[in-house]
Design a protein around this ligand. Structure first.
Ligand code: ATP
Length: 688
């Protein structure tokens, strides 16, 4: 059987396939945790019955994963008191066996990385080749930190401010996700979270905080994992320093796009309300408290946009003290790398104690690396701590971070980098259903996309996809062209062309913000975009992702499809179109899908068959590199048009265009001949 057809064979239609689409999330799930199997790692008897909770019982549960299995009954959540009690009891430390069991059941792995790990990796690789099992010594650096049992523990044990706690409750955060469960104790109080013995054994100190790398699936709550400790630390530092009356810039969050910065800023402001911690996104008129030879504060552009979040300086005095006073009053700055690096140049930011790199693998990849490293170098405070986050993480990025940390290390400040990985690394969130769809031609993709927009009961090759959904294309030109093609696909009664929009980096900022706001408000049903929106953007109501053009890398696939199935919402669908031209690159994506299905608990034979993946051609390193840099070649430039016209119509149109061009050329040639004849004439001029 044709391999391409087999790959796109449809799943059976579910009963809801013919239902009317609506804008509600695919399902209502209250538990944001992706993994919790308390029996994981325990020896089980065959056919042992597991207690099943109905969806009804599941509502409003406080999950108690320390309860013995047979007594683990659903407990209804008590109403949240308006007034929080002043003192709460600190939770006792869990013994190591319990900690190990909790981490295992939530699929958390904590590792202490050090710079000689590269060598270990090489040795491991060599040993693998010789099919010798690595000795236990090689994997010895696993740590077992205390987990966060509930958000209530943040106050009781980690002493966060009552206001911060009540903001979290108001925002509806009740059960920590896995990344929060594993990272918050280490980031809030590493001395408590990491057993002193482990620190001693591996020769590192936690007294000054830790440098941290968090790798967890898309939509699993990484933002909150860095916002809570950052806000809390700033409150703590302020309480410790009686002289500190003003907002001091103490934390910088770097993210790759303006959209993501805006989202992080918003989320931060919601949970920092009333705490006195101020969060500002990088804007044109921002002034920063930098230090340099000239000791000037820097203003990117002295342009007021009427926003009272920031104060810009009109004062041209050289007096550093005066300039410091006029610097933007903020504790946390959220920025893209280029704009901050442009502002900094060779200046430093000595007050910054926390640098957060969100989507670190892209921030330290070729396009952003020098800017990100520039910002990192500008943070000269000796107490600086780095935390990095992403859903995907190449080992070369880890190595780069370690090398950088090593080059900045001093005897008092060793370089432990603690890495927390949730689930299988570099796989898509287990709640998403994947589907590869083959079409013979580019035009076939357009036809298939229209079928997703207007599903017909006769179609059995495409899965049902609820609106709203995102459509990813390879280039800005293709996104614009696809938008032009589909613009009038929604009937006037359903809102017509206003229901479909396009978003890419060539649009002006105001237009970008407007489209995002309309999409968040549910006014747009289909948003066509480029890889601009593939990372970090949290649109909980998105029910599907269409990869109209094949993603360039496995990581791009993970991030794109991760725009659905977020925060425990089940039922998101990811459809990836491919044509004959894509087959050469398909294996990388097929592998991620297979791994993601494995993580979702699919047995062999249920998802993508292994033999089928094996029969796809291998993608060489050079091809991968080329694809990453340029995408599929045939979808670039003029060849990349998206159109519903048939080949016959296009040929006819081309012929017509050719005839017009030919006639124009002949005219020009004719007049040139006249001109040259005129040039030879006596008077030597041309009239008009
Ligand atoms: N403990 C929690 N309980 C319920 N919802 C949560 C919790 N933590 C985070 N969320 C919600 O989950 C959604 C996804 O969170 P977030 O954007 O932080 O994901 P992420 O891990 O950063 O994803 P990505 O890798 O795509 O950037 C957000 O809407 C957030 O409000």
């Amino acid at each position: 059987m044709d391999i391409l057809k087999l790959l796109s064979r449809g799943t059976k239609k579910t009963s809801n396939q013919n239902q009317q689409s609506d804008l509600k999330p695919a399902s209502k799930t209250v538990n944001p945790q992706l993994f919790n199997d308390p029996t994981r790692g325990l020896k089980r008897k065959r056919n042992e019955e597991q207690p099943q909770l109905s969806q009804e019982d599941d509502d409003g549960l406080e999950i108690d994963f320390f309860a013995p299995q047979d007594t683990k009954k659903p407990v209804k959540q008590a109403p949240v008191p308006n007034e929080l009690p002043e003192t709460k009891l600190e939770s006792p430390l869990l013994d190591e066996e319990t900690v190990r069991q909790v981490l295992r059941s939530h699929r958390l792995k904590v590792t202490l990385l050090s710079s000689h790990d590269k060598k270990t990796a090489k040795v491991k690789k060599a040993k693998k080749k010789e099919s010798v099992k690595p000795k236990a010594k090689d994997t010895k650096k696993q740590l077992f930190p205390q987990p966060l049992t509930s958000f209530a523990e943040l106050r009781a044990t980690y002493n966060i401010s009552p206001r911060l706690e009540s903001n979290l409750i108001t925002q509806g955060f009740r059960i920590p996700t896995e990344i929060q469960l594993g990272s918050l104790p280490m980031l809030m109080d590493p001395n408590r979270a990491i057993p002193a013995l482990a620190a001693e054994e591996f020769n590192f100190s936690t007294s000054n905080g830790i440098d941290f790398l968090g790798v967890a699936p898309t939509g699993s709550g990484k933002t909150l994992s860095f916002l809570i400790p950052t806000i809390n630390n700033i409150m703590r530092w302020r309480a410790e320093d009686e002289n500190q009356k003003e907002h001091v810039l103490e934390a910088i969050i770097v993210a790759p796009t303006k959209e993501l910065c805006h989202q992080i800023g918003n989320e931060g402001r919601k949970i920092a309300q009333g705490t006195g911690v101020k969060i500002v996104e990088m804007k044109k008129n921002i002034t920063l408290p930098t230090e340099s030879l000239g000791a000037d504060d820097l203003t990117l552009e002295n342009e007021s946009d009427g926003d009272n979040e920031s104060v810009s300086s009109d004062d041209e005095s050289d007096d550093h003290e005066v300039q410091r006073k006029t610097a933007t009053k903020t504790n946390i700055l959220v920025t893209t790398p280029l704009v901050l690096q442009n502002l900094l140049k060779s200046k430093t930011l000595p007050t910054v104690k926390s640098l957060i790199l969100d989507e670190v693998d892209v921030l330290l990849d070729d396009a952003f690396r020098s800017q990100t490293v520039g910002i990192w170098s500008a943070c000269t405070n000796p107490d600086l701590r780095l935390t990095c986050w992403s859903a995907t993480m190449g080992s070369h990025i880890e190595g780069f971070i370690l090398d950088q940390l090593k080059s900045r290390a001093s005897p008092e400040r060793p370089v432990p980098l603690i890495r927390l990985v949730v689930g299988l690394k570099d796989t898509a969130v287990p709640l998403v259903k994947h589907k590869l769809v083959y079409t013979a031609t580019e035009q076939g993709k357009l036809f298939a996309l229209r079928q997703l927009l207007h599903p017909k009961s006769s179609s059995n090759t495409l899965p049902f996809m609820q609106l709203p959904f995102l459509v990813f294309t390879q280039t800005i030109e293709r996104a614009t062209a696809l938008h032009a093609e589909l613009k009038f696909d929604f009937p006037i009664e359903a809102g017509g062309s206003s229901r479909i929009a396009v978003l890419h980096s060539a649009l002006p900022d105001a237009a970008r913000s407007k489209v995002m706001a309309r999409f968040r408000a549910g006014e747009i049903f289909v948003l066509i975009t480029t890889d601009l929106l593939m990372r970090g953007i949290d649109l909980v109501g998105v029910n599907g992702v269409v990869n109209y053009d094949l993603p360039a890398t496995a990581a791009a696939y993970v991030h794109r499809v991760g725009r659905t199935g977020r925060a425990g919402h089940d039922g998101g669908v990811a459809v990836t179109f491919y044509t004959t031209e894509d087959v050469a690159h398909l294996k990388t994506i097929a592998n991620v899908i297979a791994l993601s299905e494995k993580q979702a608990g699919k047995q062999e034979g249920e998802g993508m068959p292994k033999w089928l993946i094996d029969s796809l051609p291998k993608v060489s390193k050079e091809e991968k590199k080329k694809l990453k840099e340029r995408g599929v070649e045939s979808r670039r430039g003029n060849k990349a048009k998206i159109t519903s016209k048939s080949a016959w119509e296009r040929r006819k149109e081309n012929n017509r265009r050719g005839a017009i061009a030919g006639s124009k050329k002949r005219k020009v040639e004719g007049s040139e001949a006249n001109v040259s004849r005129g040039g030879e004439s006596e008077w030597g001029g041309i009239a008009d």
